[in-house]
Design a protein around this ligand. Structure first.
Ligand code: NAD
Length: 292
């Protein structure tokens, strides 16, 4: 039987509807819609596409975008001042700094300026610490999107062996913590792991976030595993691919997320959800999407 398709586009559309309904019903009490500020510095072309997608998603769901696009030569102190201004802005519930920032700027100091309650990307050290401690707080969007995809497809990590390929602070590390919090037994493998396939073949849930096009094939996958492909790469001949050789893995996996249309749309949705959740909390409204 071919693998179940972990369809991020569909789940993103469903969660967008849930958020739109939560905004409509909370609006009379809140008196204003949720606001998301995406701060872009410089002209990284991929970032331009990502920011535009986030702003379009805000418009679909009913959030107000308070984006700012600063010149690449903007001094660090000026960007930090802008972030402090957004922290104080009563119309803004979520803020994110689009990464990467231009060379010469210190993205870690920028993240530290964010009000942790408005940290729409869940990357402030306080929120990463909350994740580590199992306390509530905004969660990193990409791994939270993976958890949502698993959940909505009936894949419960509890008691399962999960392997995460990659240990970045953006994806791999929070992914491992989230799977562990969901009671999986988690192994993290990375670029210095010896005999990668011996580990990945043990996985009942395999999350691939190595950032290496098409590196994972049938030889890495345990038959019946659920495989989530976080990688996203532009192919030289056009189109996109992930870290997984989907045609090879599809016949042996029980579930597989496509690229595009898997984790990518979920990342944007979780960004919006962090923002709508912050807005709901501010105005004492019910959680917009319990369990996600
Ligand atoms: P990164 O480069 O910061 O980290 C990659 C990790 O993979 C590192 O920890 C490294 O040790 C590990 N790794 C690299 N080569 C490996 C190998 N051969 N074997 C085992 N491990 C290896 O990247 P990242 O920011 O974590 O992103 C990973 C991928 O996910 C990228 O392709 C990125 O574009 C993609 N991504 C997608 C989304 C989305 O929304 N779909 C969001 C974030 C990142």
């Amino acid at each position: 039987m071919p693998a179940q398709r972990l369809d991020g586009r569909q789940l993103a559309a469903e969660l967008e509807e849930v958020m739109a309904a939560a905004i409509a019903s909370g609006l009379p009490r809140a008196g204003r819609p949720p606001g998301l500020a995406v701060l872009r510095v410089g002209d990284d072309p991929a970032s331009g596409v990502y920011v535009a997608n986030k702003e379009k998603a805000c418009a679909r769901v009913g959030l107000v975008s308070h984006g700012a696009h600063l010149d690449a030569a903007t001094p660090q102190a000026e960007i930090e001042a802008k972030l402090r201004q957004l922290n104080q802005d009563p119309a803004v519930d979520g803020i994110l700094v689009q990464l990467p920032v231009p060379d010469g700027l210190d993205d870690r100091s920028l993240l530290l300026e964010l009000d942790p309650a408005k940290d729409a990307d869940g990357l402030h050290p306080l929120n990463l610490g909350r994740l580590l401690r199992g306390e509530p707080g905004p969660r990193s969007c990409t791994p939270a999107g993976v958890m949502a995809l698993l959940r909505s497809n009936g894949i419960d990590p509890a008691g399962k062996r999960a392997v995460v390929i990659g240990r970045s602070i953006l994806v791999g590390q929070p992914m491992a913590l989230m799977l562990q919090a969901a009671n999986a037994t988690v192994t993290v493998v990375h670029s210095r792991t010896a005999d990668l396939a011996a580990h990945t073949r043990e996985a009942e849930i395999l999350v691939v976030a190595a950032g290496k096009p098409l590196m994972i094939g049938a030889e890495h996958v345990r038959p019946g595993a659920a495989v989530v492909d976080v990688g996203i790469h532009r192919k030289p001949e056009g189109g996109l691919c992930g870290d997984v050789r989907a045609a090879e893995v599809e016949p042996i996996a029980s579930a597989l997320s496509p690229v595009p249309g898997g984790v990518g749309p979920m990342t944007v949705t979780m960004l919006l959800l962090n923002t709508v959740r912050a807005w709901s909390q501010r105005f004492g409204l019910p959680d917009p999407a319990p369990g996600y």
